[in-house]
Design a protein around this ligand. Structure first.
Ligand code: CA
Length: 225
């Protein structure tokens, strides 16, 4: 059966790679930061780990590259180094089509929420400014709000709790494999928007109800709803 968002009450947006074209910057920042600490992390690694908390990402790469987990202090040091590099880059633009998508979703009567693994305050504050009238901090789940990040369902379950809706009444918009896995694990119909370099098959294997290639395409799709 063809997927439709009719009857949905809330939409939960991922942030990086969905609302912002920020993944190229994250990719460079991660690669340079890990290199600084003697570890190799490729852009492909960055996209595969996208959505996970900084803590989980550093731990996973450390295990692979050094055969040992990173200590809490090391993780903090590496993540703040990465975050500083990211902050000093030219700001990531708003993803083309994302404002239209949010406006159309709101017009369809859906509550708007953001569920991100990010713990970067500059981004969390920016999203409220850039999508003013639609997104407020109280309706955002960030890495500060949950213990276990994506791919655990926790961030999305928290989002459902805030929206006061059942999983069946919600829809998620995600661009990352681990993000899709988290949303599907929370029992939510998930629209995959493949805005990065990964193959569609990697995203499709996580079980989205629909796969599109840009927020512009999603905006167009919404016109048929
Ligand atoms: Ca993302």
């Amino acid at each position: 059966m063809q997927f439709s968002i009719k009857g949905k009450n809330a939409v939960l947006f991922d942030m990086d790679g969905v609302l912002y074209d920020s993944m190229p910057n994250h990719s460079v920042a991660w690669t340079l930061a890990m290199e600084h600490f003697g570890m190799r992390m490729t852009p492909h690694d960055v996209y595969l780990n996208e959505g996970a908390t900084g803590f989980d990402t550093v731990s996973r790469i450390s295990l692979r590259e050094r055969g040992r987990a990173a200590s809490d202090d090391e993780v903090r040091e590496i993540y703040s180094y990465k975050a500083a590099l990211f902050r000093n880059m030219s700001p990531a633009g708003i993803m083309q089509g994302s404002k239209e998508v949010i406006r159309k979703m709101a017009d369809l009567g859906l509550q708007i929420l953001v569920v991100t693994g990010s713990g970067q305050n500059s981004l969390i504050e920016g999203v409220q400014r850039d999508f003013k009238g639609y997104i407020v901090r109280e309706r955002m789940v960030t890495s500060f709000d949950v213990k276990r990040g994506k791919p655990f369902p926790d961030p999305y379950l928290k989002g459902l709790e805030i929206a006061k809706v059942d999983a069946r009444e919600a829809v998620v918009v995600e661009n990352a494999p681990l993000g899709i896995r988290a949303a599907v694990a929370a029992g939510i119909d998930t629209i995959a928007v493949n805005t990065g370099p990964l193959e569609d098959s990697i995203l499709l294997s996580e079980g989205p109800v629909l796969l599109l290639h840009s927020m512009m395409e999603l905006s167009k799709w919404l016109d048929s709803q």
